[in-house]
Write a protein that binds this ligand. Structure first.
Ligand code: KG4
Ligand code: ZN
Length: 351
C-alpha cells in the first residue's frame, strides 16, 4: 500500500511516498529558509504564496523519486493542523484536488501526532513510552500507552524550546533558522561561561518554561553592551560562541531533566525524542547519557525526520487509513486545537 503524504504547515513544502506506513520510497522537503531569513522568522503570507508556487513540483518529484505515478497511490495523507492556516490551506486544497480528480481516499492528519509517530519510519514506535515533541511551536511530554490516544504529561507554559533557541539566535545575530545556527556557534564555546537559569528545575512539575531564560540572556546582552552597535566586537566579556554554548546547554538541560522526571514517574522503559530540536547533537548526547544512567532506552528519529517532512504525515495517514474522510472535500484546516479535539477530528482512532 502506497501513501502520498503532503505537509505545508509552516515554511517547508514537503511530499513523500511511503510504503506500508513504514518504508520511505521518497521524501522531498523544499525549504523556504532563504525566503524568510532576512526577516529573522517566517512571514506567513510569503510562506503560503511560496507553497502555492512549488507544491505541484514537490509532489511530482516525490512521485518520480518513488518510481510511482498518481494511479499507483492508494491513499493521500495531508496535514490539517496545527500550523499557519494560510500555509495549511495550500496543502489541504491541493490534496482535496487530487482526491476529487482521482477518487483516491484522503485522510487528514495532525502535525504533532505526525512527529510523535515518526519512529514508525525508523524501526517502529515503541509502546508504551514517554515521548517529548520539541519543535518550533511545541514542547510537550506525552505518555503513549499501548493503546488509546496520547496523554499530555506536561507542556511549556510559555515559549517552545525551538522558539527559545530561534529567539536567542536572533538576539546574538546568528540568523535564521536559529536552532542550527546556535548549535554551530556553540561548538567550541564554553557552556559554563555564562550562568543562566534552568526554569522549573528541581520542581515536581512536568511542565517547561523558557521565557525566563530568554529574558536572562537579553538582560545580560543589554547590560554588557552587546546590543550597542558601536561596541560590536570591542571589549565584550564573552564570545558569541560562549554565549551560544551557555544558552544551548540551559535549554538542553531543562529538556533532559523533565524527560527523565517523567520517565521516573511513569516507570517507563522507553523515551522518544522527536521534533526539530531533536536534531541537536548536545541534546542527543545528554539524553543518551541520562538514559544509560537511568537504565532506559532513548529513541531518536534520523535527523532528516526530526524536522518537518511529509514521510511522517504519510506514515500517520497509513495508521489512520480507516478514518479516511467520507466528506473529504469538507475538511478544514486548524491553527491550534487541543490534542483531544485534533484527535477526534482525525477520526478518533488510535492504532
Ligand atoms: O519540527 P520542526 O521542523 O517545525 C515545527 O513543527 O516547528 O522544528 C523546527 C524547530 C526550529 O525552532 C529550529 O530552530 C529547531 O527545530 N531546530 C534545531 C536544530 N534543527 C532545527 N534546534 C536545535 N538544534 C538543531 N540542530
Ligand atoms: Zn513540526
Amino acid at each position: 500500500m502506497l501513501t502520498l503524504g503532503i505537509e505545508t504547515s509552516c515554511d517547508d513544502t514537503a511530499a513523500a511516498v511511503v510504503e506500508e506506513g513504514s518504508h520511505i520510497l521518497s521524501s522531498v522537503v523544499q525549504s523556504q529558509d532563504e525566503l524568510h531569513s532576512s526577516f529573522g522568522g517566517v512571514v506567513p503570507e510569503m510562506a503560503s504564496r511560496r507553497h502555492l508556487e512549488v507544491i505541484d513540483n514537490v509532489v511530482a518529484r516525490a512521485l518520480e523519486g518513488a518510481g510511482a505515478r498518481m494511479v499507483d497511490i492508494d491513499l493521500i495523507a495531508v496535514t490539517a493542523g496545527p500550523g499557519l492556516v494560510g500555509s495549511l490551506l495550500v496543502g489541504l486544497s491541493y490534496a482535496k484536488g487530487l482526491h476529487f480528480a482521482t477518487g483516491i481516499p484522503l485522510v487528514p492528519v495532525d502535525h504533532i501526532e505526525g512527529h510523535l509517530m515518526t519512529l514508525d519510519l525508523a524501526g517502529g514506535t515503541p509502546l508504551p513510552s514517554v515521548a517529548l515533541v520539541s519543535s518550533g511551536g511545541h514542547t510537550t511530554l506525552y505518555h503513549l500507552a499501548a493503546s488509546g490516544p496520547p496523554a499530555i504529561l506536561g507542556t511549556t507554559l510559555d515559549d517552545a524550546a525551538g522558539e527559545a533557541l530561534d529567539k536567542a539566535a536572533k538576539m546574538l545575530g546568528l540568523g535564521y533558522p536559529g536552532g542550527p545556527a546556535l548549535e554551530r556557534a556553540a561548538s567550541g564555546g564554553n557552556e559554563r561561561a555564562l550562568s543562566l537559569p534552568r526554569p522549573l528545575s528541581g520542581t515536581e512539575t512536568l511542565d517547561f518554561s523558557f521565557s525566563g531564560l530568554k529574558t536572562a540572556l537579553f538582560t545580560y546582552l543589554k547590560r554588557e553592551g552587546y546590543l550597542d552597535r558601536t561596541r560590536e566586537g570591542r571589549n565584550l566579556p564573552l564570545t558569541v560562541s560562549d554565549l551560544a554554548a551557555s544558552y544551548q546547554a540551559a535549554v538542553v538541560d531543562s529538556l533532559v531533566e523533565k524527560c527523565f522526571l517523567a520517565v521516573g514517574k511513569l516507570e517507563a522503559s522507553d523515551l522518544l525524542v522527536v521534533g526539530g530540536v531533536a536534531r541537536n547533537t548536545l541534546l542527543r548526547s545528554r539524553m543518551s547519557r541520562a538514559a544509560e544512567e537511568a537504565g532506559v532506552r532513548v529513541h531518536f528519529p534520523p535527523p532528516a525526520l526530526c524536522t518537518d517532512n511529509a514521510a511522517m504525515i504519510a506514515a500517520l495517514g497509513h495508521r489512520r487509513r480507516s478514518s479516511a474522510a467520507g466528506e473529504a472535500l469538507e475538511l478544514d484546516a486548524y491553527s491550534t486545537k487541543s490534542m483531544k479535539t485534533r484527535h477526534a477530528l482525525a477520526g478518533g482512532q488510535w492504532t
